[in-house]
Design a binder for this molecule. Structure first.
Ligand code: ATP
Length: 238
């Protein structure tokens, strides 16, 4: 196990009068893969954005290893070793695939380090290497999701935070992305995965939180939750 742990305590998000998340607390241990599942509007994305410094928040403890992130702006959060793959991908459609990837390496001081990461990303997702000179906007939805994950990997994160990577993708592409995430986790990268797709999340994570109306309603190992009658009924449709 390598890398620091993420510790979150007493995290709340308010957009004006709208309370999107309240009193959220959890940890992601080094090398661990943790999921947050929940219905539309449960506050999952707001929780991730608040961790990254991209949503209005109050928080008692927000730490990555020894580093206190309670006052850290978003770009410095990335520098501390947390890679973020936002919902909806947010790639640059008018730039080539390779330029999109290299933009993810803005935290790296050496060109050679960026080149090495580029090779690693192209090994993980060979299609990105094959299409390196294409405009990113010309890629399929699944390829764009791979690009968004690849771009976040370019900063050499020790924790990857992903917001609904399966959204809008065919089962085949979801399977490919799931395999890539498993591989990255096996190589020691910690993962925090937000998903509406509970089945997928249980396959990639060892532990999950279930969010309902802005709060943590349940926690457990992914195996426990997969067998829980309420989770089976509401989130797995069984
Ligand atoms: P989804 O799966 O649809 O992304 P979610 O669980 O990620 O849902 P959030 O997107 O965090 O949920 O939304 C939680 C609540 O906060 C919702 O009621 C939503 O309408 C509200 N909300 C989210 N973003 C904003 C915003 N920028 N301004 C105002 N309200 C917001």
């Amino acid at each position: 196990m390598t890398g620091p742990a993420l510790t979150v305590e007493g995290l709340s998000v308010h957009y004006g009068g709208v309370r999107a998340a309240h009193g959220i607390g959890f940890t992601v241990a080094p090398g661990e893969s943790v999921g947050i599942i929940g219905a539309n509007g449960a506050g999952k994305s707001s929780t991730l954005k608040a961790i990254m410094g991209l949503a209005p928040r109050t928080v008692q403890v927000l730490r990555f290893g020894e580093r206190d992130l309670t006052r850290t702006p978003a770009h410095q959060v990335v520098r501390s070793g947390i890679g973020y793959v936002p919902e909806g991908r947010h790639i640059f459609p008018g730039l080539s695939v390779e330029k999109n990837l290299l933009l993810g390496a803005y935290t790296r001081s050496w060109k050679s380090a960026a080149r090495e990461s580029l090779d690693e990303v192209n090994t993980l997702f060979p299609v990105l290497g094959e299409m390196r000179n294409r405009l990113a906007g010309a890629l399929s939805g699944g390829q764009q999701q791979m690009l968004a994950i690849g771009r976040a990997l370019m900063s050499k994160p020790r924790l990857m935070v992903l917001d609904e990577p399966s959204m809008g993708l065919s089962p085949k592409l979801v399977g490919e992305i799931l395999l890539a995430l498993k591989k990255l986790n096996e190589e020691g990268l910690s993962i925090l995965l937000v998903e509406q797709n509970a089945k997928l999340t249980f396959e990639v994570t060892s532990r999950c939180l279930v969010m309902e109306t802005g709060e943590v309603a349940m926690t457990g190992t992914s195996d426990q939750l997969r067998g829980d009658p309420k989770v089976r009924r509401i989130y797995l449709g069984l």
